[in-house]
Ligand binder design. Structure first.
Ligand code: ADP
Length: 254
């Protein structure tokens, strides 16, 4: 008894957390694919097996994300913005005032009041630039695993100026840079700065906020992006452990 499940059915990944006393006891994810309810239930089964629990130990199942309505046994559905706000405010110990969420296909900025209540939010879901999908596309063009982007970017000797943030144009620009013999590290660092500038633009006036900026979502696991963003904003940008699970956690505690 006393366990809660939070499921976040995102555009790119389905995430699950098992929570007890507001602590994450287990987390797991699978890529989003047809049969989302089945995939989500597979995560629940894995969690119960690995933790030696049964269905009767679970008090509540909550779902969020664009596929939240697909989970028929979720008694609680929570919108993604509220789940993100709740989850991050709690995990940051009440310090977060601005969340930058980078997802598989969108980019969100959520501002919080001192109480954790949502003050406002902005979203860019019109194009893939700066999202996980954009990074995945570039990883394919560079034939380099996305997981290496952070380390490579931090070892670059310069950030190359990239003109295209559009996936389609970026591809030809990157291909021609590679043909000129430009180092992949410098292209990746340039890419991080171009995404960081895009995020700064979305933040608008908010960039003057005094602290409390937290980055989450899958791509926030890339330290090269965090570094570029700190450089652009001239401020500390925090990334907490398990940043891809903030939204699932927020749903679980809602
Ligand atoms: P959504 O909720 O929209 O499904 P997520 O927040 O789960 O999005 O993020 C998914 C994205 O995270 C994927 O597009 C993937 O490229 C990116 N991602 C996952 N792991 C890493 C990693 N270790 N480094 C960089 N990016 C990652």
């Amino acid at each position: 008894m006393g366990y809660k499940i939070g499921l976040d059915l995102g555009s790119t990944a389905i995430k699950m957390v098992l929570v007890k006393d507001r602590n994450i006891e287990w987390s797991g994810k699978v890529p989003t694919a047809p049969g989302q309810e089945h995939l989500a239930m597979g995560l629940v089964k894995d969690a119960l097996n690995e933790c030696g629990l049964s269905d009767t130990d679970i008090d509540k199942v909550s779902a969020t994300g664009y596929g939240k309505k697909l989970v028929s046994n979720a008694e609680n559905t929570v919108d993604e913005i509220s789940a993100n706000a709740q989850g991050m405010f709690h995990l940051s110990g009440g310090r977060c005032r601005t969340i930058i969420n980078i997802g598989g296909q969108d980019l969100k900025v959520i501002n919080l009041e001192d109480t954790g209540k949502i003050a406002d939010f902005r979203m860019n879901d019109k194009c893939a630039a700066g999202t996980g999908r954009f990074f995945e596309q570039v990883a394919r063009i560079l034939d380099t695993p996305l997981e290496c982007f952070g380390e490579m970017s931090l070892s670059a000797d310069e950030a190359l100026e990239l003109n295209s943030t559009c996936v389609v144009f970026a591809e030809s620009e990157i291909v021609s840079l590679l043909a000129k013999g430009v180092k992949k590290e410098n292209i990746i660092k340039g890419l991080h700065y171009s995404v960081a500038r895009r995020i700064t633009h979305l933040l608008g006036r908010q960039k003057t906020t005094e602290g409390g900026i937290y980055l989450d979502g899958g791509p926030s696991q890339n330290p090269g992006l965090q570094d570029a963003l700190e450089d652009e904003l001239l401020m500390e940008v925090n990334v907490l452990p398990k940043p891809q699970f903030t939204v699932a956690f927020g749903a679980a505690i809602s």
